[in-house]
Design a binder for this molecule. Structure first.
Ligand code: IPM
Ligand code: MN
Length: 354
């Protein structure tokens, strides 16, 4: 008897700019993986982003949020357009989803694949293989703070960073779990010499959790970590860091690993009380939208992380390998052509046995 076909529900939020173009290719790769490994993905498309906002004033209606809570995973392209004021979609959609769905880990692999030439001449693929675990629901992103006497010479603006023992610990524990399955090195990146209150909490928690898990614990100030990412990336295995440092560090990491066209991310709810969300790190790139020049690789690699999270390990490995097999071709083919090549590769690429 053959296994009944496995099914997974995926909500697709293509969004704005190049978002729809790259998510279409990510879906092509996902479907090819389903066909090869025996599962079916049922998609529901949600129209959220700049168009919807400009048309109706809605950013994330409750009905959409309810629908999202019910699926197995979410695939997001990109949101944002120059004619929408900054913050409306970022806070109202992306950050709200991270908070509402308790996506407390933002997992961002920084991996230099063989055959990719990044801007750092000394960077070697074996050294640039880092998992950055960015705390994704607290820190400076919570929106706590305020403004007094706006527009006057006496204006005051404050923007607090909120760090809870609970929030820090669950994030560090997730990172420790990853490190235990890899080289066993956990590095906290923070700024404990200046942010003495939050830094002290992070440092105590990270040292405790690392000791519990039998890991080697290391620490780097965020400024030094930026330098090491360029000069000595091999020192890092798993990095855990707060929301804002993680945001900044992972753009640098993406550059070192060959650019934003390749950088994938997983916004995870590790407790699985709801779906997790997968998105390329790049934005909507309105300047190249519609030209067919967007690189779908980051979206495809994000789809591989989605499959991994759904327990489709072999399919995840196949999608990653299929995308890696086309690296270096990005400038020569259109978004669609690359997507078709990747999907074609998914069908035949070698993967480790189950
Ligand atoms: C990212 C983005 C977002 C962030 C913005 C668009 C809100 O830069 O996912 O890294 O700062 O988290
Ligand atoms: Mn960012």
């Amino acid at each position: 008897m053959t296994d009944p076909v496995r099914t997974h529900t995926v909500a697709c939020l293509p969004g704005d700019g190049i978002g729809p173009e790259v998510t279409a290719e990510a879906r092509r790769a996902l479907d090819a993986a389903g066909a090869r490994f025996g599962f079916t993905l049922h998609y529901s498309d949600l129209d959220l982003g700049a168009d919807r906002y400009l048309r109706t004033g809605e950013v994330l209606p409750d009905s959409a949020l309810d629908e999202l809570r019910g699926v197995d995973a979410i695939l997001l392209g990109a949101v944002g357009r120059p004619d929408v004021p900054p913050g409306v979609l970022e806070r109202g959609l992306l950050l709200r989803l991270r908070a509402e769905l308790d996506l407390y880990v933002n997992l961002r692999p920084v991996k230099l694949y063989h055959g990719v030439s990044g801007p750092v001449a000394t960077a070697k693929p074996d050294d640039v293989d880092i998992l950055v675990v960015r705390e994704n629901t607290e820190g400076a992103y919570v929106g706590v703070g305020g403004v007094l006497r706006r527009g006057t010479p006496a204006e005051v603006a404050s923007q607090d960073s909120v760090n809870t023992r609970f929030g820090v610990e669950r994030c560090v524990r997730y990172a420790a779990g990853l490190a235990a399955a890899r080289e066993g090195v956990l590095t906290l990146v923070h700024k404990t010499n200046v942010l003495t209150h939050a830094g002290d909490l992070w440092a105590r928690v990270a040292a405790e959790v690392a000791a519990d898990a039998g890991l080697r614990y290391e620490y780097a100030h965020v400024d030094a970590a930026c330098m090491y990412l360029v000069t000595d990336p091999g020192r890092f295995d798993v990095i855990v860091t707060d929301n804002l440092f993680g945001d900044i560090l992972t753009d640098l990491g993406a550059a070192v690993a060959g650019g934003l066209g390749l950088a994938a991310s997983a916004n995870l709810n590790p407790d699985r009380t709801g779906p997790s969300l997968f998105e390329p790190v790049h934005g909507s790139a309105p300047d190249i939208a519609g030209t067919g020049r967007a690189d779908p690789t980051a979206a495809v690699l994000s789809a591989a992380l989605l499959l991994e999270h759904l327990g489709e390990r072999q399919a995840a490995a196949a999608v990653e390998a299929a995308a890696v097999a086309t690296l270096g071709a990005a400038g020569r083919y259109s978004t669609r052509e690359l997507g078709e090549q990747i999907a074609g590769n998914v069908a035949g690429v070698r993967v480790p046995p189950a």
